[in-house]
Design a protein around this ligand. Structure first.
Ligand code: SF4
Length: 298
Protein backbone atom coordinates (compact mmCIF):
# COMPACT_ATOMS: atom_id res chain seq x y z
CA UNK A 1 0.00 0.00 0.00
CA UNK A 2 1.55 3.31 -1.01
CA UNK A 3 1.80 6.08 1.55
CA UNK A 4 0.00 9.22 0.45
CA UNK A 5 1.45 12.63 1.02
CA UNK A 6 -0.20 14.52 3.85
CA UNK A 7 -0.12 18.26 3.11
CA UNK A 8 1.36 20.21 5.95
CA UNK A 9 1.18 23.67 4.43
CA UNK A 10 -0.68 26.14 6.58
CA UNK A 11 -1.72 29.19 4.59
CA UNK A 12 -3.88 31.84 6.17
CA UNK A 13 -6.21 33.31 3.59
CA UNK A 14 -8.19 36.49 4.16
CA UNK A 15 -11.63 36.25 2.55
CA UNK A 16 -13.63 39.28 1.36
CA UNK A 17 -15.42 41.12 4.20
CA UNK A 18 -18.81 40.24 2.75
CA UNK A 19 -18.23 36.47 2.56
CA UNK A 20 -21.13 35.83 4.96
CA UNK A 21 -23.53 37.73 2.65
CA UNK A 22 -22.27 35.64 -0.27
CA UNK A 23 -22.73 32.47 1.79
CA UNK A 24 -26.28 33.48 2.74
CA UNK A 25 -27.09 34.22 -0.91
CA UNK A 26 -25.91 30.76 -1.96
CA UNK A 27 -27.96 29.19 0.84
CA UNK A 28 -30.99 31.09 -0.46
CA UNK A 29 -30.40 29.91 -4.05
CA UNK A 30 -29.95 26.32 -2.85
CA UNK A 31 -33.21 26.20 -0.88
CA UNK A 32 -35.01 24.20 -3.55
CA UNK A 33 -32.50 21.35 -3.16
CA UNK A 34 -32.88 20.35 -6.79
CA UNK A 35 -29.26 19.61 -7.71
CA UNK A 36 -28.08 16.08 -8.52
CA UNK A 37 -25.96 16.10 -5.37
CA UNK A 38 -29.12 16.62 -3.27
CA UNK A 39 -31.02 13.76 -4.85
CA UNK A 40 -28.40 11.12 -5.61
CA UNK A 41 -25.16 12.34 -4.01
CA UNK A 42 -22.81 10.41 -1.76
CA UNK A 43 -25.14 10.70 1.23
CA UNK A 44 -27.66 8.48 -0.57
CA UNK A 45 -25.14 5.64 -1.10
CA UNK A 46 -25.96 3.73 2.06
CA UNK A 47 -28.96 1.58 2.87
CA UNK A 48 -30.25 3.23 6.06
CA UNK A 49 -31.68 -0.09 7.23
CA UNK A 50 -28.33 -1.87 7.06
CA UNK A 51 -26.12 -2.32 10.15
CA UNK A 52 -23.96 0.78 10.85
CA UNK A 53 -20.70 -0.77 9.70
CA UNK A 54 -22.29 -1.90 6.44
CA UNK A 55 -23.59 1.64 5.91
CA UNK A 56 -20.09 3.02 6.49
CA UNK A 57 -18.68 0.62 3.88
CA UNK A 58 -21.39 1.66 1.44
CA UNK A 59 -20.57 5.35 1.93
CA UNK A 60 -16.93 4.57 1.28
CA UNK A 61 -17.64 2.62 -1.90
CA UNK A 62 -20.04 5.36 -3.06
CA UNK A 63 -17.28 7.95 -2.70
CA UNK A 64 -14.74 5.70 -4.47
CA UNK A 65 -17.13 5.25 -7.39
CA UNK A 66 -17.95 8.95 -7.63
CA UNK A 67 -14.62 10.29 -8.87
CA UNK A 68 -14.80 11.57 -12.47
CA UNK A 69 -18.33 10.24 -12.73
CA UNK A 70 -21.79 11.77 -13.01
CA UNK A 71 -23.93 11.42 -9.90
CA UNK A 72 -26.54 9.46 -11.85
CA UNK A 73 -23.98 6.87 -12.97
CA UNK A 74 -22.53 6.55 -9.47
CA UNK A 75 -26.02 6.07 -8.10
CA UNK A 76 -26.81 3.36 -10.65
CA UNK A 77 -23.58 1.50 -9.85
CA UNK A 78 -24.36 1.66 -6.12
CA UNK A 79 -27.85 0.31 -6.73
CA UNK A 80 -26.38 -2.53 -8.83
CA UNK A 81 -23.92 -3.45 -6.09
CA UNK A 82 -26.56 -3.18 -3.38
CA UNK A 83 -28.77 -5.56 -5.35
CA UNK A 84 -26.13 -8.30 -4.94
CA UNK A 85 -25.15 -7.24 -1.41
CA UNK A 86 -22.76 -4.33 -0.90
CA UNK A 87 -20.88 -5.69 2.09
CA UNK A 88 -17.23 -6.40 2.80
CA UNK A 89 -17.92 -10.14 2.68
CA UNK A 90 -19.69 -9.99 -0.66
CA UNK A 91 -17.03 -7.81 -2.29
CA UNK A 92 -14.38 -10.27 -1.09
CA UNK A 93 -16.38 -13.14 -2.54
CA UNK A 94 -16.87 -11.55 -5.99
CA UNK A 95 -14.06 -11.46 -8.53
CA UNK A 96 -12.79 -8.12 -9.87
CA UNK A 97 -14.54 -8.85 -13.15
CA UNK A 98 -17.82 -9.53 -11.39
CA UNK A 99 -17.60 -6.26 -9.46
CA UNK A 100 -16.68 -4.51 -12.69
CA UNK A 101 -19.81 -5.84 -14.39
CA UNK A 102 -21.93 -3.95 -11.86
CA UNK A 103 -20.09 -0.63 -12.12
CA UNK A 104 -19.54 -0.33 -15.89
CA UNK A 105 -21.18 3.11 -16.00
CA UNK A 106 -18.60 4.85 -13.81
CA UNK A 107 -15.28 6.33 -14.91
CA UNK A 108 -12.25 4.06 -14.49
CA UNK A 109 -14.52 1.18 -13.52
CA UNK A 110 -11.85 -1.49 -13.94
CA UNK A 111 -9.45 0.21 -11.57
CA UNK A 112 -12.25 1.00 -9.17
CA UNK A 113 -13.34 -2.66 -9.17
CA UNK A 114 -9.78 -3.65 -8.32
CA UNK A 115 -9.60 -1.06 -5.54
CA UNK A 116 -12.97 -2.02 -4.05
CA UNK A 117 -11.80 -5.61 -3.79
CA UNK A 118 -8.47 -4.60 -2.23
CA UNK A 119 -10.25 -2.31 0.23
CA UNK A 120 -12.65 -5.09 1.23
CA UNK A 121 -9.68 -7.38 1.95
CA UNK A 122 -7.93 -4.69 4.01
CA UNK A 123 -11.08 -3.91 5.99
CA UNK A 124 -11.56 -7.61 6.72
CA UNK A 125 -7.98 -8.16 7.80
CA UNK A 126 -7.36 -4.94 9.75
CA UNK A 127 -10.71 -3.54 10.82
CA UNK A 128 -12.99 -6.54 11.50
CA UNK A 129 -15.04 -5.76 8.37
CA UNK A 130 -15.54 -2.16 9.50
CA UNK A 131 -14.07 1.03 8.01
CA UNK A 132 -11.12 2.95 9.47
CA UNK A 133 -12.17 5.36 12.22
CA UNK A 134 -9.83 8.22 11.29
CA UNK A 135 -9.09 10.38 8.28
CA UNK A 136 -5.40 9.51 8.49
CA UNK A 137 -6.17 5.80 8.16
CA UNK A 138 -8.89 6.05 5.53
CA UNK A 139 -6.68 7.93 3.06
CA UNK A 140 -4.20 5.06 3.16
CA UNK A 141 -6.75 2.82 1.44
CA UNK A 142 -6.21 2.34 -2.32
CA UNK A 143 -8.26 4.75 -4.43
CA UNK A 144 -9.15 7.04 -1.51
CA UNK A 145 -7.78 10.59 -1.55
CA UNK A 146 -8.10 13.63 0.73
CA UNK A 147 -11.45 14.83 -0.62
CA UNK A 148 -13.01 11.40 -0.26
CA UNK A 149 -11.37 10.96 3.14
CA UNK A 150 -12.89 14.14 4.56
CA UNK A 151 -16.32 13.46 3.08
CA UNK A 152 -16.20 9.89 4.35
CA UNK A 153 -15.39 10.99 7.91
CA UNK A 154 -18.23 13.52 7.73
CA UNK A 155 -20.72 10.92 6.50
CA UNK A 156 -19.62 8.15 8.83
CA UNK A 157 -19.12 10.14 12.04
CA UNK A 158 -21.30 13.22 11.56
CA UNK A 159 -18.25 15.37 12.33
CA UNK A 160 -15.87 17.32 10.12
CA UNK A 161 -12.14 16.85 10.43
CA UNK A 162 -11.57 18.86 7.25
CA UNK A 163 -13.35 20.28 4.20
CA UNK A 164 -14.05 18.08 1.17
CA UNK A 165 -12.92 20.14 -1.82
CA UNK A 166 -13.77 18.86 -5.27
CA UNK A 167 -13.57 20.74 -8.57
CA UNK A 168 -16.85 22.58 -7.91
CA UNK A 169 -15.78 23.83 -4.46
CA UNK A 170 -12.32 24.63 -5.82
CA UNK A 171 -13.65 26.60 -8.78
CA UNK A 172 -16.30 28.54 -6.90
CA UNK A 173 -14.16 29.31 -3.82
CA UNK A 174 -11.62 30.88 -6.17
CA UNK A 175 -14.28 32.76 -8.15
CA UNK A 176 -15.57 34.21 -4.88
CA UNK A 177 -12.03 34.93 -3.62
CA UNK A 178 -12.60 32.67 -0.67
CA UNK A 179 -9.29 31.14 -1.74
CA UNK A 180 -6.51 31.91 -4.16
CA UNK A 181 -5.07 28.61 -5.27
CA UNK A 182 -4.42 26.59 -8.40
CA UNK A 183 -5.23 23.25 -6.78
CA UNK A 184 -8.18 21.84 -4.83
CA UNK A 185 -5.80 20.83 -2.05
CA UNK A 186 -4.46 24.40 -1.77
CA UNK A 187 -8.04 25.67 -1.75
CA UNK A 188 -8.89 23.24 1.06
CA UNK A 189 -5.99 24.44 3.19
CA UNK A 190 -6.94 28.11 2.64
CA UNK A 191 -10.65 27.56 3.31
CA UNK A 192 -9.86 25.71 6.51
CA UNK A 193 -7.70 28.68 7.60
CA UNK A 194 -10.69 31.01 7.93
CA UNK A 195 -14.08 29.36 7.38
CA UNK A 196 -15.80 28.80 10.76
CA UNK A 197 -15.70 25.13 11.71
CA UNK A 198 -19.49 24.91 12.00
CA UNK A 199 -19.68 25.38 8.22
CA UNK A 200 -17.21 22.65 7.26
CA UNK A 201 -19.88 19.94 7.10
CA UNK A 202 -22.19 22.09 5.00
CA UNK A 203 -19.92 23.67 2.43
CA UNK A 204 -19.35 20.70 0.11
CA UNK A 205 -22.98 19.84 -0.64
CA UNK A 206 -23.99 23.51 -0.61
CA UNK A 207 -21.36 24.60 -3.12
CA UNK A 208 -21.34 21.44 -5.28
CA UNK A 209 -25.09 21.86 -5.83
CA UNK A 210 -24.57 25.56 -6.56
CA UNK A 211 -21.94 24.58 -9.14
CA UNK A 212 -24.25 22.02 -10.71
CA UNK A 213 -27.18 24.39 -11.05
CA UNK A 214 -26.03 28.03 -11.09
CA UNK A 215 -22.29 28.44 -11.35
CA UNK A 216 -20.89 25.68 -13.58
CA UNK A 217 -17.41 25.80 -15.06
CA UNK A 218 -18.73 26.96 -18.40
CA UNK A 219 -21.42 29.60 -18.82
CA UNK A 220 -22.19 30.50 -15.20
CA UNK A 221 -25.66 32.03 -14.96
CA UNK A 222 -24.55 35.37 -13.56
CA UNK A 223 -27.60 37.22 -14.91
CA UNK A 224 -29.92 35.25 -12.59
CA UNK A 225 -27.50 34.90 -9.68
CA UNK A 226 -28.62 36.53 -6.42
CA UNK A 227 -25.06 37.43 -5.48
CA UNK A 228 -23.97 38.86 -8.83
CA UNK A 229 -23.66 42.38 -7.33
CA UNK A 230 -21.11 41.25 -4.77
CA UNK A 231 -19.44 38.38 -6.64
CA UNK A 232 -15.92 39.33 -7.82
CA UNK A 233 -16.37 37.11 -10.90
CA UNK A 234 -19.82 38.20 -12.06
CA UNK A 235 -18.42 39.29 -15.44
CA UNK A 236 -17.65 35.65 -16.23
CA UNK A 237 -21.16 34.79 -17.37
CA UNK A 238 -20.99 37.38 -20.12
CA UNK A 239 -17.47 36.44 -21.18
CA UNK A 240 -18.31 32.75 -21.29
CA UNK A 241 -21.44 33.33 -23.35
CA UNK A 242 -19.48 35.39 -25.88
CA UNK A 243 -16.73 32.81 -26.10
CA UNK A 244 -19.02 29.82 -26.27
CA UNK A 245 -21.09 31.36 -29.04
CA UNK A 246 -17.91 31.62 -31.11
CA UNK A 247 -16.80 28.09 -30.33
CA UNK A 248 -20.19 26.50 -30.38
CA UNK A 249 -20.20 22.71 -30.09
CA UNK A 250 -16.42 22.58 -29.65
CA UNK A 251 -15.53 20.43 -26.64
CA UNK A 252 -12.62 21.64 -24.52
CA UNK A 253 -9.63 19.43 -25.31
CA UNK A 254 -8.98 18.29 -21.76
CA UNK A 255 -12.60 17.51 -21.06
CA UNK A 256 -12.75 15.35 -24.17
CA UNK A 257 -9.56 13.60 -23.20
CA UNK A 258 -10.86 13.08 -19.68
CA UNK A 259 -14.10 11.58 -20.95
CA UNK A 260 -12.20 9.27 -23.31
CA UNK A 261 -10.03 8.08 -20.46
CA UNK A 262 -13.03 7.63 -18.21
CA UNK A 263 -14.42 5.05 -20.61
CA UNK A 264 -11.67 2.98 -19.12
CA UNK A 265 -8.79 0.82 -19.99
CA UNK A 266 -7.18 -1.59 -17.62
CA UNK A 267 -4.11 0.62 -17.34
CA UNK A 268 -6.02 3.74 -16.31
CA UNK A 269 -5.59 4.63 -12.72
CA UNK A 270 -7.89 7.25 -11.23
CA UNK A 271 -5.57 7.77 -8.34
CA UNK A 272 -2.78 8.69 -10.77
CA UNK A 273 -4.99 11.11 -12.66
CA UNK A 274 -7.27 12.39 -9.97
CA UNK A 275 -4.92 12.51 -7.08
CA UNK A 276 -1.87 13.86 -8.83
CA UNK A 277 -3.67 16.33 -11.06
CA UNK A 278 -6.19 17.65 -8.60
CA UNK A 279 -5.19 16.87 -5.07
CA UNK A 280 -1.47 16.99 -4.62
CA UNK A 281 -0.76 20.13 -2.65
CA UNK A 282 2.70 20.41 -4.14
CA UNK A 283 1.39 20.22 -7.67
CA UNK A 284 0.73 23.69 -8.98
CA UNK A 285 -0.83 22.63 -12.27
CA UNK A 286 -3.90 24.68 -12.90
CA UNK A 287 -7.31 23.05 -13.17
CA UNK A 288 -8.44 25.20 -16.08
CA UNK A 289 -12.05 26.27 -15.81
CA UNK A 290 -12.71 25.24 -19.38
CA UNK A 291 -11.34 21.78 -18.71
CA UNK A 292 -13.95 20.91 -16.11
CA UNK A 293 -16.97 18.88 -17.07
CA UNK A 294 -19.98 20.59 -15.46
CA UNK A 295 -21.75 17.51 -14.29
CA UNK A 296 -19.06 15.22 -13.03
CA UNK A 297 -17.44 14.92 -9.66
CA UNK A 298 -13.70 14.94 -9.39
S1 SF4 B 1 -19.59 33.71 -11.20
FE1 SF4 B 1 -21.70 34.34 -11.72
S2 SF4 B 1 -22.99 32.55 -11.21
FE2 SF4 B 1 -21.00 32.27 -10.19
S3 SF4 B 1 -21.29 33.12 -8.12
FE3 SF4 B 1 -20.47 34.78 -9.41
S4 SF4 B 1 -22.27 35.88 -10.18
FE4 SF4 B 1 -22.97 33.90 -9.39
Amino acid sequence: MSQRKSPKKSVKHVPPNDWQDVWDGIVEMRKSKNAPVDLIGASSSADRNAPPKVQRFQYLVGLMLSSLTKDANTNQAIQNLRSVGLTVDKMRELTEDEIDTHIKGVGFHKTKAKNIKKVADILHEKYDDDTPPTYEEVILLPGVGPKMGHLFIQLSTGQAQGIGVDVHVHRIANRLKWANSTTPEGTRVQLESWLPHDKWMEINELVVGFGQTQCPAQNPKCDTCLISKICPSSALGKQKRTRSSKTEKKKPKRAVKSRKRAKDSSSDDPSDDYESNFLDSDDDRVVAEDSEPDDEND
